[in-house]
Ligand binder design. Structure first.
Ligand code: J2J
Length: 543
């Protein structure tokens, strides 16, 4: 199951050869990289988890813990190619667990802490996961109960591992095996799958993104070179560690690759993050635009010393030029914009770009071999500098989602370009400017919502005849979600809060619950009788 090509479309041989020959794919694995770093600089601090009481891991300790966990997973029957849903907040155990899985070639499936019954049950059943790793409680929510409900309905799921008090499940602390058992295992290979990442999604069900050791490791060291990550980097993980941006751009994985130090932040607000920055002398972090706004406001007044900060990356959603101009003076560090996607392609402004370029563009691709096309609705290249759909192909952009042949036929061109769904234009220097989006998705401050997923839930309400979920512009988040609802003719009037509660009770991440609900009699139609989301979106701008 780790071999790309069966469930996971992969690069044609001539591309793979080219990427290896160019030196992008170095033939390394995650488990091997950690072992190597633990050998060359065993006593350097790899990881700091400051809350609730400060814990640190040297490279040697991280490597040893990963081994013992890997052995414990092996003793419990977890094998190469098995899928394991990992839903952990920003704590040190997150990194221990994923490196343990990397080492035996089991594939982490990254869930966000916000995910609830609907998403977790789907990931576990679709990925046929054998195990699910959770915290006991997080942000006031008991993940052990969620795990018990999901386990009951998911035949493949044999193990639930809990960080903290395990309740009816298994304590992760008890997963402690003798690393000698690892010696007889078949090691994962660089061209094999390393994990399944989540897509932002445009469809009723989230898609899983199969990433290999070779391709993802290239995106890491490529990012490190651009962002100036080295052994002296102290990187704060502010956004959820499971998300592709804080993981890889350059993220905690990039920083570990470089031999730097990863610091976990238990929260995103200045009151939580600023004291950690001061205490741990953090040099770099990544933020979504709404958070960058909050930090920019709080920076000038803070009593904490932020002077160690050298670079803040901002991405995940469009960062307004006006907001971008205020960041450097307010926080006393450099800004870099990043426009990336869990499917692959990542663009950065460069450290030596002129200041105007940094505030007005979303950067250049990592690789000289990232192929960029900007096309019209019929896939014809637009004139240089004109707006169009962004298509991309390259050494770390997937060739297809996991087990999704029909969707892949729509999301990729025949010659393997990924249809990003983003509308961009290219400046004469090759920098991309994101102008908008053609895909049916809501970008709520960097958190992606697939309207279809929420529409399907609301359609399950007995009073609802039809529903359409669209984005509404929002000053702070960029976008919020609005559900237009048509009630059944015979249904009693419904209140907005009842619709929101219904979605919440179905068990989905809180950020997906519609911010606004509006009851209407009809939907605007397009010429061919489909709902016109375009018209709905422009009507929604009045909100
Ligand atoms: C406008 N839209 C952006 C930006 C992402 C680094 C950074 C971000 C992500 C990410 C990531 C944007 N301006 N600066 O994985 O490694 C929107 C686009 C894109 C989608 C991808 C990384 N940066 N976007 O956000 O998979 O619409 O990855 O296609 O969550 O976010 O979302 P996601």
């Amino acid at each position: 199951a780790t071999t790309p090509g069966v469930d996971a479309p992969t690069w044609p041989a001539e591309f793979a050869e080219r990427y290896r020959a160019a030196g992008y794919w170095r033939g390394e694995t995650f488990g091997g990289v950690l072992r190597e770093r633990a050998g060359t600089h065993p006593d350097r601090i790899a990881l700091i988890d400051p809350a609730p009481s400060r814990r640190t891991w040297t490279y040697r300790q991280l490597d040893e813990h990963a081994d013992r966990l890997a052995a414990g997973f092996t003793e419990r029957g977890i094998r190469k190619g098995d899928r394991v849903v990992v839903q952990l907040p920003n704590i040190g155990e997150f990194i221990e667990v994923v490196f343990a899985l990397f080492r035996i070639g089991a594939l982490p499936v990254y869930a966000l802490p916000a995910h609830r019954d609907t998403e977790i049950a789907y990931f576990c059943s679709f990925a046929e996961a054998v195990a699910y790793v959770v915290p006991d409680r997080h942000a006031g929510y008991d993940h052990r109960d969620l795990a018990a409900r999901v386990k009951k309905d998911t035949p493949s799921l044999e193990h639930v591992f809990v960080v903290g008090d395990p309740g009816e499940h298994t304590a992760l602390a008890d997963v402690d095996g003798d690393p000698a058992v690892l010696e007889s295992l078949t090691a994962p290979e660089p061209h094999e799958l390393a994990f399944l990442q989540l897509s932002g999604g445009t469809t009723g069900r989230p898609k899983l993104i199969p990433r290999t050791h070779d391709d993802y490791l290239y995106s890491l060291w490529g990012s490190n070179e651009i962002c100036g990550v080295d052994a002296g980097t102290r990187f704060l993980v502010v956004l959820p560690a499971a998300h592709n941006f804080p993981m890889s751009s350059p993220g905690w994985l990039g920083v570990l690759y470089a031999g730097g130090t990863v610091v976990m932040s238990p929260g995103t607000d200045p009151d939580t993050a600023f004291p950690i920055i001061a205490e741990e002398r953090v040099t770099m972090t990544g933020l979504v635009p709404p958070l960058a706004l909050v930090w920019t406001q709080a920076g000038p007044e803070t009593r904490y010393d932020l002077s160690t900060l050298e670079l803040i990356l901002v991405g995940g959603a469009k960062y307004s030029e006006a907001a971008a101009r205020r960041l450097e003076p307010a926080l006393g560090c450099k800004l870099m914009q990043v426009f990336g996607m869990a499917e692959g392609l990542v663009n950065y402004t460069r450290l030596d770009d002129d200041p105007e370029t940094v505030v007005t563009t979303q950067g250049l691709p990592i690789s000289p071999d990232d192929e960029i096309r900007v096309v019209d609705d019929a896939d014809r290249d637009v004139a240089e500098g004109a707006f169009g759909h962004l298509l991309t192909r390259g050494p770390y952009t997937i060739r297809g989602y996991w087990k999704a042949p029909e969707h892949n036929a729509r999301s990729f061109t025949e010659d393997g370009f990924y249809r990003t769904g983003d509308i961009v234009r290219r400046t004469p220097t090759g920098h991309l400017v994101v102008e908008g989006r053609a895909k049916d998705q809501i970008n709520r401050g960097g958190e992606k919502i697939a309207p279809e997923e929420i529409e399907n839930i609301i359609l399950g309400h007995p009073s609802v005849h039809d529903v359409s979920v669209v984005a509404v512009p929002d000053e702070y988040l960029g976008e919020r979600s609005l559900a237009y609802v048509i009630l059944r003719a015979d249904a009693a009037p419904l209140r907005s809060v009842a619709v929101k509660r219904f979605v919440r009770e179905r068990g989905v991440a809180a950020y997906k619950v519609p911010d606004l609900v509006e009851f209407v009699d009809v939907f605007p139609q397009t010429g061919i009788g489909k709902i016109s989301k375009k018209q709905q979106r422009s009507a929604a701008e009045q909100h």
